[in-house]
Design a protein. Structure first.
Length: 198
């Protein structure tokens, strides 16, 4: 149980570190933190349940070393993080302050999914494979708690320019290291590396 909680924390941190900046901009665009948090949590739950469902299907594969091959994806994402990408444009998340509450929540959900979707699915699946229902439930609760923590951290960052600048410059490097470490861990724990060296 402790292992799944720890891996969930590490996975959430690695896939959402850059998303902190998106949250900061969302909070700056919409002056209603509750609506931003609501959209963020709905998006987070969706991005957690999808990998769980896929993991259930892939979990039927008998050979653990084959499942461990999924650890390659976090490593690839870690390498990808080292390649400079076009930053999120503020225009993408700017909006009318008088927009309806439903539209705000819907837009935050969409941004959460598009900003984190591919990374979350690729990184979470190896963690959720071969887990019990209780472990998956614990992972879901952990992800929700992490989402709330990140939300309040984003609020603090919005008022702290030095920290915001540091994440803007080096956030992807931190994410890269964690991605690669997580991928290697999956390859080792599932016996994938050992399989190819025997």
């Amino acid at each position: 149980m402790i292992e799944i909680i720890f891996n969930s924390v590490v996975a959430y941190f690695s896939t959402n570190l850059d998303y902190l900046l998106v949250l900061v901009l969302l909070l700056g665009s919409y002056k209603n933190p509750k609506l931003v948090l609501t959209g963020d949590l709905i998006g987070t739950v969706g991005l957690t349940l999808l990998p769980m469902a896929i993991a259930r299907i892939l979990g039927a594969v008998p050979e653990m070393w084959i499942l461990g091959l999924l650890g390659i994806f976090p490593i690839l994402f870690g390498i990808k993080e080292l390649i400079p990408l076009k930053p999120h444009s503020r225009d993408e998340i700017d909006g009318d302050s008088n927009i309806s509450k439903l539209r705000i929540v819907t837009k935050v959900i969409a941004i959460t999914i598009t900003a984190c979707g591919a990374d979350n699915v690729a990184v979470f699946i190896p963690i959720f494979i071969k887990k019990t229902n209780l472990e998956l439930f614990s992972a879901l609760i952990t992800m929700i708690v992490m989402a709330v923590i990140f939300f309040f951290v984003a609020i603090l960052i919005e008022d702290n320019k030095p920290i915001k600048n540091i994440l803007g410059k080096y956030g992807r490097y931190f994410s890269s290291v964690v991605y690669i470490m997580l991928g290697i861990s999956v390859l080792v724990q599932n016996g994938t590396i050992a399989h190819f060296f025997h």
